[in-house]
Design a protein around this ligand. Structure first.
Ligand SMILES: Cc1ncc(COP(=O)(O)O)c(C=O)c1O
Length: 378
């Protein structure tokens, strides 16, 4: 049994999440990391590695490759090969590399979306074709018709976020097959950000890497994965791209050139330990997060001015606050001491994103402050 109720003081570690509101009575619930300690297996492996005292140039060993290959096989039944893996120090850098490595003048993605899906194409001097997600059966879905009708001859890349951030949708096999078939038909390369894949909270649902569906789509896909969200090690900057197509992989690596390095020795150590020994911790984390999600859902249910669709993954609740009829719900909740993510940079200022990856005690405080903010409008 791991103790996710343990409150750790993150105010003394240059923590972005907590430092943002230093000296103010604001509980942070924004950036996507959690207030939990990483798994003991990760902490112990790092302590052991640090105690060795040798921190020179370090290669990624076969054990680390095997740890990733076995984790992906065990969790997603996908057989990947060592040579397909390209390490980068973050999924965001990989998104930027993908946008530069793939040709074309525009990039298509769904919105609202994690802001780097918009920034990365712009950084590569490409325009963005934004396809709004739609509400269907109480769930955020891809609008396939609009998507297919909006593809232009200069668009060569589709950037997918699965599970959705924000939105928490886990795409079904049918949805992924439909998207894959559109990409194949229109010759679009697919960059699939699956960083939240391990955090599925609805027990009967499974994450399916889109590239695992068929050889044909695998050959068109750059899959981005990482242990960072899953095991709460974002500060260690570890991530990898899985690129089965040799030409695409070479183009990705060439774009990286000498400008973007791989991962550092502590990231290697943590990644290996997490993927080999972290499963029990991860299972318990998912249970804890699901309980937190219920707290959030109950809170929304008793406030008719808020709305939350089916949230199957991630610790980030995408809350529609349109019915509060305030200019900025983010500003309202901040005034009452909760630092949520403003929906605006994701694409909709009527929404806020609540990070519930925290202790129940902290989440209860967050929700009670949010309640006061809502009650103040009556
Ligand atoms: C969908 C998505 N992709 C990428 C990232 C960031 O990844 P990294 O820290 O590895 O750059 C996040 C972080 O919130 C995210 O939600």
């Amino acid at each position: 049994m791991y103790n996710f109720d343990e409150l750790i003081d993150r105010t003394k570690s240059s923590c972005e999440k907590w430092d943002k509101y230093k000296g103010q009575d604001v509980i942070p619930a924004w950036v996507a990391d959690m207030d939990f300690k990483s798994p003991p297996c990760v902490i112990e492996a790092l302590q052991k590695r640090v105690s060795e005292g040798a921190f020179g140039y370090t290669a990624i060993d076969d054990e680390t490759y095997d740890a990733i290959i076995n984790f992906v096989k065990k969790h997603y039944d996908w057989d990947i090969k060592k040579e397909w893996l390209v390490f980068t120090h973050g999924v965001v850098p990989s998104m930027n590399i993908a946008c530069q490595a793939v040709g074309g003048e525009s990039v298509m993605t769904n919105t609202p979306i994690y802001p780097h899906f918009i920034k990365a194409p712009h950084n590569a001097q490409k325009s963005v074709i934004a396809i709004p997600i739609i509400e269907k059966d109480e769930r955020w879905c891809i609008d396939f018709e609009t998507l297919e009708n909006s593809i232009t001859s200069t668009c060569k890349l589709f950037m997918l976020c699965n599970p959705f951030n924000p939105g928490g949708t886990v795409l079904t096999k049918e949805e992924l097959e439909r998207l894959a078939s559109i990409c194949i038909q229109h010759d679009l390369t697919l960059c699939s950000d699956e960083i939240h894949a391990d955090l599925i909270l609805t027990p009967h649902l499974k994450h399916i890497p889109i590239a695992s569906l068929s050889e044909e789509i695998a050959q068109k896909t750059i899959t981005l994965m990482a242990p960072s969200k899953t095991f709460n090690i974002a500060g260690l900057q570890s991530s990898f791209a899985i690129i089965p197509n040799k030409k695409l992989r070479e183009s990705f690596k060439k774009t990286m050139g000498n400008a973007v390095g791989g991962i550092n020795l502590l990231a290697i150590t943590a990644t290996k330990a997490a993927y080999v020994y972290g499963d029990d911790w991860l299972n318990e984390l998912r249970v804890y997060l699901s309980e937190n999600l219920i707290l959030v859902q109950n809170f929304v249910a008793k406030n008719p001015s808020l709305k939350l669709l089916k949230q199957d993954a991630t610790f980030l609740a995408w809350i529609d606050a349109t019915a509060l009829h305030v200019k900025s719900p983010y500003a309202l909740f901040l005034e009452y001491g909760v630092g949520l993510s403003d929906g605006l940079p994701f694409g909709d200022a009527h929404f806020v994103r609540l990070n519930f990856g925290t202790t129940k005690a902290t989440l209860e405080k967050i929700l009670s402050r949010m309640q006061k903010a809502i009650d103040s409008l009556c």
